[in-house]
Design a binder for this molecule. Structure first.
Ligand SMILES: [Zn+2]
Length: 339
């Protein structure tokens, strides 16, 4: 009798565990989409949660960086429910008769509120959104600008290749419904193969391609007349970067391309320093990681031990150091082993 009960209980336990067992056996066919704490594209579908009540209030205040450029600065954190994805920087550039947006933030609601804040400075439509790279904290506001302003969206082709309508990125999964509501993944309208110069609403731009650096395809925006450079995630300051999708050598090349321009203000993808020293920390971090990991490889340090040897102690006080730095070192080892 006792044995029968135990067998019965085991069967019930197995049946209950089934969905979890099957979840564990899901094979990831696109590993480059993996995120440090999950995926950018999440394979388990999440039902829309009940989203009653008013929109999430991002409480946005634009900061003027130069005559024509204002930016919104996000928290130095990973995306969470509490920050509603407001953890990256995005900007507005004031043209003669329209705004140009540089990155659009983590959601439709964010973009809508950013525009409301900017309208108080000048009531102009947004003609163009220019996107830096494919990470979802930088462009999920695009559909607001598309739907409401009919804006043209310029950005890397990788967005159209890797993301499709209905995909659930980490923002879609992580944010409260009143922050992510109305957000749709929309394609980029115009992509370029290489660095281009153009004029929009009286402003000269150089949209610079640095290729595979922080992500599969990174771009930065240079305003030569304003001496401003908007560089997104190839530069972060005050926090440790996430190099999960990037490469050290590409990062260092990107930093060289930034240095080659004449600018007084640089706006990083994450971080608050925008003066002439804004890129110094990134240069130091990537130079150090490259030199020390290469030295470790030369000395025969095994991959499993590299994070114990290369600890980058001078960055210990920076935000996200404990969460991200050892991952960056480990990844640098994989990359630099072939170097
Ligand atoms: Zn990024």
């Amino acid at each position: 009798m006792k044995t029968k009960i135990i067998i019965l209980l085991s069967i019930i336990a197995f049946v209950i565990a089934m969905p979890f067992i099957f979840n564990k056996s899901v094979t990831i066919s696109d590993p480059h989409r993996l995120d440090v704490d999950g995926n950018f594209i999440l394979y388990e579908w999440v039902e829309a949660r009940d989203g009653q009540g008013p929109d999430w209030d991002y409480n946005l205040t634009p900061v003027q960086v130069s005559d024509r450029v204002w930016c919104f600065f996000g928290a130095m954190e990973m995306p969470t429910k509490e920050n509603a994805g407001n953890m990256s920087n995005s900007c507005y550039i004031k043209g003669d008769d329209s705004w140009i947006a540089w990155d659009s933030g983590p959601s439709y609601v964010f973009a809508k509120q950013a525009y409301e804040a900017m309208s108080k400075i000048a009531k102009l439509p947004v003609s163009t959104v220019i996107v830096s790279h494919e990470h979802d904290d930088h462009w999920l506001g695009n559909n607001y600008y598309k739907e409401v302003h009919g804006a043209e969206i310029m950005g890397p082709e990788s967005i159209n290749v890797n993301y499709h309508k209905g995909d659930q990125t980490r923002m879609v999964k992580a944010l409260y419904q009143n922050a992510i509501r109305k957000t749709e993944l929309v394609p980029v309208d115009k992509s370029f193969k290489e660095t281009v110069n153009f004029k929009i609403s009286g402003i000269d731009f150089e949209y610079v391609n640095v290729g595979y650096a922080h992500s599969e395809d990174d771009w930065f925006l240079y305003l030569p007349k304003d001496k401003v450079v908007l560089v997104a995630d190839v530069v972060m300051n005050g926090r440790v970067t996430s190099n999960r999708d990037g490469i050290i050598i590409g990062q260092l090349e990107a930093l060289k391309a930034i240095k080659a321009r004449d600018w007084n203000h640089l706006v990083p993808g994450h971080g608050f320093i925008t003066d002439k020293t804004a890129a110094d920390e990134a240069v130091r971090y990537f130079t150090l990681i490259k030199d020390e990991v290469l030295e470790g490889i030369e000395e025969g340090v095994r991959p499993d031990d590299i994070t114990k040897v290369v600890t980058l102690d001078e960055f210990r006080g920076k935000d996200l150091y404990y969460l991200l730095s050892s991952g960056n070192v480990y990844r640098a080892y994989e990359e630099l082993e072939m170097y």
